[in-house]
Design a protein around this ligand. Structure first.
Ligand SMILES: CSC[C@H]1O[C@H](OP(=O)(O)O)[C@H](O)[C@@H]1O
Ligand SMILES: Nc1ncnc2[nH]cnc12
Length: 292
């Protein structure tokens, strides 16, 4: 049995987690560089919580300049077992209007200018990304949306673009033809790194716009995104409180999907061939398997 420590990564417009008890900002050092910000620690309904504003307070990091490895490593060092990402996205479907939430279950990673793995020369690992999100976290989010009357859809594919510019109209139509539901710039490599760190991950994607494919709706702009996000912020807080209520302060069964043990089968470099310096950097992310 394990006790949940819930990490929340707040995206655009979400820079704090109001209502935390015993709240404090704590700077956590990572062996992978600087995280986006200090971590906001505290409890909510008896559940240990760790909040990280993805772009930092003041929104200073671009989707490409965010140090995703340092962020996930810092959350791992803080004992986080599960991450809920709360992200702003554009909708690629008519039936996902601005203001609705998508509890996505797949990603297409089109990013190309980011560090995507904790592993590398001197310790090679390959984890499965077939099921990138944790269904148990998705269940909590879905139940919360249902009971709070938040318009939502369970399932769907989030396509991750490099940015920071928004898509061209041709790209937007292309992603629709691929069957994608929503588009954003941040959830990869975040979800991949969470998997490598054996942390359960799920995203609640808050729809802010119809990107630029829709004939009758305005093209996405930051002003528009921020305006819709402001309206959504309260819903997101209510949803988080509901999810925490479902998790509760007690212990729970280990991850039924085995995401908390993926490194048992992922590292291909034998101990005698591993690089000592990299082993040191990996102590938080992979210490469970490297030290035995
Ligand atoms: C301010 S609109 C574009 C920006 O918002 C989303 O970020 P996040 O996932 O952190 O909410 C999107 O991915 C872009 O980074
Ligand atoms: N249309 C869009 N494209 C990429 N990222 C977004 N974040 C919010 N809306 C977006």
């Amino acid at each position: 049995m394990v006790k949940t420590v819930l990490g929340v990564i707040g995206g655009s417009g979400v820079y704090d987690l109001p209502g935390l008890e015993n709240a404090r900002w704590e700077k956590v050092e990572s062996s992978f560089g600087e995280p986006s910000d200090a971590l906001r620690m505290g409890t909510l309904g008896g559940v240990d919580m760790v909040f990280l504003p993805r772009h930092g307070r003041g929104h200073r990091q671009t989707p490409s300049s965010i140090n995703y490895r340092a962020n996930i490593d810092a959350l791992k060092r803080a004992g986080v077992t599960d991450i809920l990402s709360v992200s702003a996205v554009g909708s690629l479907r008519e039936d996902l209007p601005p203001g609705s939430f998508a509890i996505v279950d797949q990603f297409i990673d089109r990013t190309f200018a980011r560090e995507k793995s904790f592993f590398g020369p001197g310790c090679v690992a390959h984890v499965s990304m077939a099921d990138p999100v944790c269904p148990r976290l998705g269940d909590y989010a879905e139940k919360a949306c249902k009971e709070l009357g938040i318009a939502h859809k369970r399932g769907g594919t989030y396509i991750v673009m490099e940015g920071p510019q928004f898509s061209s109209r041709a790209e937007s139509h292309l992603y629709r033809s691929w069957g994608c539901s929503v588009i954003g710039m941040t959830n990869m490599p975040e979800a991949k790194l969470a998997r490598e760190a054996e942390i359960n991950y799920a995203t609640v994607a808050m729809v802010t716009d119809y990107d630029c494919w829709h004939d009758d709706e305005p093209d996405v702009s930051v002003t528009h995104v921020v305006e819709v996000l402001r309206q959504n912020a309260e819903k997101a807080q209510d949803m988080l409180k509901h999810i925490v209520g479902q998790i509760g302060p007690g212990e729970r069964e280990p991850c039924p999907m085995g995401f908390d043990k993926v490194l048992d089968f992922a590292i291909i470099t034998p101990p005698e061939a591993r690089d000592a310096a990299l082993m040191k950097k990996l102590e938080a992310v992979a210490g469970r398997v490297l030290n035995r």
